[in-house]
Design a protein around this ligand. Structure first.
Ligand SMILES: Nc1ncnc2c1ncn2[C@@H]1O[C@H](COP(=O)(O)OP(=O)(O)OP(=O)(O)O)[C@@H](O)[C@H]1O
Ligand SMILES: [Mg+2]
Length: 365
């Protein structure tokens, strides 16, 4: 799939802006604070229905504007579609073509994007919540059922957590039953996805590090089950454990087991990457993960997603940068940087110059 054009009105530091993209590599360059990341954010919102930054959505509206509107025209499955998002200070409306999409979840999976920003190194460095978010984003775009299970799980979890916190003391069976239902769906898919990632990432990471390092990945399940368990057995297992831990949960007044307590571990040559990986190694792991994600999308949907790369090439050394471009040349890429020349892209690319919320055709210098 690829995006033909992006239309922006009153979003962040942009007024009215229309950009026609090429199906290949699109480089957005310019000085700091000119609107490069804002442009990626506009595209991302049209794909995912919300920003990749934690914020109040009204902050997306240009300081001098009453609303923000962003839309993208894209080709998916050979058909042209338009996703648009209208943001007002206290409301948001999402549309696909002319149809209003009531639930954000129903937007996901139509225009698939993979975002890679320098902040993404937190996948390796930070706490488990970031890794769960990574796997949820990937799984959610790939599988609607996962997204549904996750949103239901979170609702039930919030209800049960509140009851525990308030010291509710009778049976929590109904909640546990539901948690086991949705939780086992989540954990089953996480396990199969992580296994797949594990298989696919090895050769990519090998290539980046010229076979000097071995990357391992492990799914740290909060409820242990074997790889060959089907969803039904995972649910039984889940019920057993959640009932067993019930007294402790009441005592500690928190939900102690379930996918909200899962983690993913990365190892380089057998050592925990979170504790030992250098910045460069962390970058290589995340880069490999993103490339694997793109392959997974291709395998599942038949099409590559659109790659959104914010300011990452400048942080890669020349060999890794070359490797990156060799791997993304058959995909649509929107990449930002401060200096288009420095990317050393071999072959064709379209350049756009960003200055003070205005985008014009550029020559890459
Ligand atoms: N709601 C808004 N209205 C107007 N301007 C805004 C709004 N939100 C952010 N900005 C402005 O957008 C600019 C930042 O844009 P952006 O983050 O896209 O920069 P960038 O080109 O990616 O820079 P860098 O190279 O430093 O990453 C800042 O000047 C900021 O003040
Ligand atoms: Mg930026």
């Amino acid at each position: 799939m690829y995006i033909n054009s992006v239309n922006i009105e009153g979003f962040r530091n942009y007024g009215l802006q229309n950009v026609e993209l090429s199906p290949g590599i699109n480089v957005f360059y310019g000085n700091n604070a000119q609107g490069k990341t804002n442009f990626l954010e506009a595209v991302y919102i049209c794909a995912m229905g919300k920003s990749f930054k934690f914020l109040k959505e009204k902050n997306l509206i240009n300081f001098g504007s009453e609303f923000a509107r962003v839309s993208v025209d894209y080709i998916s499955d050979g058909m042209e579609r338009t996703n648009s998002v209208l943001i007002k200070p206290d409301s948001k409306q999402i549309k696909v073509n002319e149809t209003v999409i009531k639930k954000r979840l129903d937007l996901i999976g139509r225009l698939n994007v993979i975002l890679f920003t320098p902040q993404e190194l937190s996948i390796i460095k930070d706490g488990p919540a970031v890794r769960r978010k990574f796997i949820d984003l990937c799984a959610g775009q790939l599988r609607k059922k996962y997204l549904f299970a996750l949103s239901q799980y979170n609702k039930v979890l919030a209800q049960k957590s509140k009851l525990l916190k308030d010291g509710y003391d009778s049976s929590l069976y109904v909640w546990n039953e539901q948690l086991a239902e949705y939780g086992s769906t989540i954990m089953w898919y996480r396990a199969s996805l992580i296994n797949k990632i594990k298989e696919m990432i090895e050769p990519i990471y090998n290539e980046i590090t010229e076979k000097n390092e071995k990357l391992g990945i492990a799914y740290i399940k909060s409820i242990d089950f074997k790889d060959d368990f089907d969803q039904f057995r995972i649910k039984q297992h889940y019920m057993y454990h959640i009932q067993n831990i019930s007294d402790r949960e009441k005592e500690e007044r928190v939900c102690l087991i379930g996918p909200h307590r899962d983690d993913i571990m990365f190892y380089i040559n057998g050592k925990n990457a979170r504790e030992f990986a250098s910045q460069g190694q962390q970058r290589s792991i995340v880069l490999s993960l993103k490339l694997v994600e793109a392959e997974l999308f291709k395998e599942q949907t038949g099409e590559y997603p659109v790659m959104l790369l914010d300011d990452i090439a400048s942080e890669l050394d020349i060999e890794r940068r070359k490797f990156l471009f060799s791997k993304i040349k058959d995909k649509q890429v929107i990449i930002t940087c401060t200096d288009g020349d420095k990317l050393n892209i071999e072959g064709k690319a379209s350049y756009f110059y960003v200055e003070n919320g205005k985008i014009s055709c550029g020559n890459g210098s």
